[in-house]
Ligand binder design. Structure first.
Ligand SMILES: Nc1nc2c(ncn2[C@@H]2O[C@H](COP(=O)(O)OP(=O)(O)OP(=O)(O)O)[C@@H](O)[C@H]2O)c(=O)[nH]1
Ligand SMILES: [Mg+2]
Length: 242
């Protein structure tokens, strides 16, 4: 008998052009090198994961445009007025705050997003796992302005962020430690698997225990929906129930 566990919701947040959409495309195995257009509202990626033979779980990843922070920052909307962020953020199990290793401003943008996330989750009872990522770690050392130390300091100051990693186009080759670039780097796929195991252990421990040994995770991309700013208010609610 197949058991379909409750979906896991993940959100990607951060400033413009840090590479959120490219990360999501990479997970979905969709043209990783394609020049990305600026995201208008949000992208929604649906995945399914099979755990051993009989457990399936839907993983829903939402990649929010950087523009939405200005539109729906808690200080720019009427208190308690429903908007796409107030609909989606309280239900997330995980947030990835994405910065760009070549931009200090991108860390400040993550701080602003985190403030908005904390605000919109103030009545939420869904436990949250959160990551700060410095993306584009494939770029040469001379272009980098964020070290893993900066990132970890940011994480500790923020208090509500659990993990810090650097990521970058794996396709461009692994970072060569002899060039002094060996800051802690993980592939986004490995990070995602770590996260899903955490969610399963914490939220679905009953099923996790039934798995005989560590699950072999089999991750499939199912579909991709791009939602424009015009459609966003209606679509946010639809995505929660789909
Ligand atoms: N070197 C390098 N460039 C990347 C990487 N990921 C993305 N880029 C480039 O960064 C630019 C922006 O990427 P997007 O994925 O569109 O950025 P975004 O965060 O979705 O931006 P918004 O939609 O404006 O919020 C593109 O030109 C990508 O090719 C990476 O890992 N390494
Ligand atoms: Mg984008």
């Amino acid at each position: 008998m197949n058991t379909l566990l409750d979906p896991v919701y993940i959100g990607f947040f951060g400033g413009g052009e840090v590479g959120k959409t490219c990360l999501l495309r990479r997970i979905a195995n969709l043209c990783p090198f394609e020049e990305e257009l600026k995201t208008d509202g949000f992208n929604y990626g649906l995945f399914q994961m099979n755990l051993k033979e009989n457990f399936k779980i839907k993983v829903k990843i939402i990649d929010f445009s950087s523009d939405l922070l200005a539109l729906y920052h808690p200080t720019s909307v009427k208190p308690d007025h429903q908007n796409p962020l107030s609909t989606l953020i309280p239900n997330l199990h995980c947030v990835f705050l994405v910065s760009d290793i070549t931009s200090k401003q991108s860390l400040l943008d993550c701080s602003q997003w985190m403030d908005a996330i904390v605000h919109y989750r103030r009545y939420s009872s869904t436990p949250l796992i959160s990551y700060i990522l410095a993306n584009k770690a494939d770029l040469p050392l001379k272009d980098r302005v964020i070290s893993l130390k900066n990132l970890d300091r940011w994480r500790k100051n923020t208090e509500s962020v659990d993990w810090a990693f650097t990521v970058g186009h794996r396709e461009l080759g692994d970072v060569d430690p002899r060039r002094g670039n060996a800051i802690k780097q993980k592939s986004i796929e490995d990070i995602l698997i770590q996260l899903l195991l955490l969610v399963l252990q914490r939220r679905d421990s009953k099923y996790y225990k039934l798995l005989d040994g560590p699950p072999h995770l089999n991750f499939h991309f199912v579909s991709w929906i791009a939602v424009s700013k015009e459609e966003i208010e209606d679509q946010a609610a639809v995505i929660l129930v789909s």
